[in-house]
Design a protein around this ligand. Structure first.
Ligand code: AAT
Length: 285
């Protein structure tokens, strides 16, 4: 933070920075795993920052949290039991708990301090932890996965970028563990970077996933405060017949309003998988 502006810079997106004007530092501290900051910005509400990287801002988090949750949930005919890996702010849990077919949510977050800070300073996201469907476990997602088999309908990996504790969550062995932890028609969805810078990282993650999943697709959403203003999601299905881009359960406008959906709808679902030529060519879709 310098002269009232926070600047995000990282080697994953070299040569560019995102800056937001700050009104107040609400929290700053260190956990066992990372540096944690909550700032109040002038134009984007409150911001959660881990190791200098923006995880979400109050004004645009709904785009990311709805899409990473409802793309896999609605691609599945009957998502009863869901696992979330990461997502310490609670935003993904908040979204998944809204789905009427979901009965049970297990969340595995590595850092208890992120949860504690989010409950205090980001209550509009942390409300996810209050759902009666929710069970929160504090441990490494990779380690948790080793101990679970044939258990989940959907697994959402709401992970930090591939640095620090999240590196493992993009590897081939992680996708192998995900496959084992899923039921036979299970679906996964992972945060998978941006196509505008470092597209080769997304390509590597897709290739790792393709080694273990029959259907692999990539979907796009816009999130103005993430690097390049855009983020992609990797979806994988064990069921060969599931094309993933066709929602199985749909919500009409009234239901969407009641659920507080501001970004996701069935047309957005289909269109998210439509990729520009340069992306298709790199991913070989
Ligand atoms: N909900 C949007 C914000 C995130 S949060 C990513 C979370 O993943 C953090 O809470 C972090 O502590 C957790 N995490 C990291 N590694 C692991 C692990 N190995 N096991 C479990 N949880 C982990 C994502 C932001 C994306 C940013 C895009 N630039």
């Amino acid at each position: 933070i310098k002269n009232g502006w926070f600047t995000e810079s990282n080697d994953l997106w070299p040569g560019q920075r995102t800056s937001l004007e700050i009104e107040e530092i609400l929290y700053e501290g260190r956990s066992e795993f990372q540096n944690i900051m909550v700032l109040k910005s002038k134009s984007r509400g409150r911001i959660l920052i881990l190791d200098g990287i923006i995880q979400c801002t109050e004004h645009d988090e709904f785009s990311y949290q709805e899409m990473i949750s409802f793309l896999p949930l609605c691609a599945h005919p009957n998502p009863k039991k869901v696992l979330i890996v990461g997502g310490g702010d609670g935003g993904v849990a908040r979204e998944i708990a809204k789905h009427p077919l979901v009965e049970e949510i297990i969340q595995v977050e590595i850092d208890a301090k992120v949860v504690e800070v989010s409950k205090k300073y980001l209550p509009f996201m942390a409300e996810g932890f209050r759902s009666p469907k929710m069970k929160l476990k504090i441990c490494d997602g990779f380690e948790y996965m080793r101990r679970h088999q044939m258990e989940f309908d959907v697994i959402v990996t709401d992970s930090s970028d591939p640095i620090g504790p999240a590196v493992n969550l993009f590897t081939e062995s992680y996708f192998q563990l995900l496959k084992r932890a899923l039921k036979s028609n299970g679906i996964i969805c992972s945060q998978a970077g941006t196509v505008w810078v470092g597209i080769e990282h997304a390509k590597t993650t897709i290739d790792n996933c393709k080694k273990h999943f029959n259907v692999v697709k990539y979907a796009l959403a816009s999130v103005p405060t993430y690097p390049t203003g855009q983020i992609g999601f990797l979806l994988g299905s064990l069921d060969e017949g599931n094309v993933l881009d066709e929602p199985k359960n749909v919500f009409d406008e009234n239901e969407s309003k009641e659920m507080g959906l501001r970004y996701y709808n069935e047309d957005v679902h289909r269109s998210a998988f439509v990729l520009p030529n340069f992306v298709r060519r790199v991913f070989q879709f």
